[in-house]
Design a protein around this ligand. Structure first.
Ligand SMILES: N[C@@H](CCC(=O)N[C@@H](CS)C(=O)NCC(=O)O)C(=O)O
Length: 225
């Protein structure tokens, strides 16, 4: 691909990371431009109809929605990350959407207003990982030896748990050995590691602390001397 690509990003956005992972997997050169989502610049609102990151500017033309960006990259740059078989490909698209629902569950978890809601959201996350456990085979990746778009979606998801686990054991992966092994394989993948900046863990921690939620309350207690 020879187009000029700019990935309009927010440093903590997991949807941005999935697009960055696909760009890195395909070895496509791109520039990343971070914006402040609390103060969205005029130019960003002009290229992002939903006001969300990521947006991929292709020779100045915006593509929005991370799954759409991934599919565009899949159609225009090799290597293939989707399965060749249409039925398998459709199933992978379903699991990519499932990944977005896991992200919704994670934001419900860190924004939960009280302990009861926090515990309910933690159960929701555990249930989702139990569901995906049943889909995984021998690994190391979602569909075996080859890295796929589903892997690009779950790499950023697992990153949250590195921070959560520093403070508390919610047993998210206690009964999902295949998910655990998958998480480890994704963390070791260069594209997954390279999709977040070195400052990501500290920035995510600060973001979580600022939530005014049950989790941020717990984090404050852990940080107290
Ligand atoms: N469905 C969208 C979700 C993207 C999304 O939620 N982005 C968040 C940041 S992680 C955002 O831009 N939020 C700003 C807002 O909603 O105002 C996608 O897959 O691209």
């Amino acid at each position: 691909m020879t187009a000029n690509l700019i990935l309009v990003s927010h440093p903590l956005c997991p949807y941005v990371q999935r697009a960055a992972i696909v760009l890195l997997e395909k070895g496509v050169a791109f520039e990343r431009v971070d914006i402040d989502l609390a103060h969205k610049p005029e130019w960003f609102l002009r290229v992002s109809p939903l006001g969300k990151t990521p947006v991929l500017l292709v020779n100045g033309q915006p593509i929005f929605e991370s799954a759409v960006i991934c599919e565009y990259l899949e159609e225009t740059a090799s290597p293939r990350l989707h399965p060749h078989d249409p039925l398998a490909r459709a199933r992978h698209r379903g699991w990519m959407e499932f990944g977005s629902q896991v992200l919704n569950a994670i934001s419900g978890f860190y924004n939960a207003a009280d302990e009861a809601a926090l515990s309910a959201k933690a159960s929701d996350i555990r249930a989702k990982f139990a569901q995906i456990e049943g889909e995984l085979g021998a690994g190391p990746y979602f569909a075996g030896e080859r890295f796929t778009l589903v892997d690009a979606v779950f790499g950023p998801i697992f990153r949250y748990f590195n921070i959560f686990e520093q403070f508390e054991d919610f047993g998210f992966f206690a009964h999902t050995p295949r998910v655990c092994a998958w998480r480890k394989a994704l963390a070791a993948r260069a594209s997954v590691a390279g999709a977040a900046s070195p400052g990501y863990p500290a920035a995510l921690h600060a973001f979580l602390l600022a939530r005014q939620s049950a989790l941020s309350h717990r984090l404050r207690l852990c940080a107290a001397p």
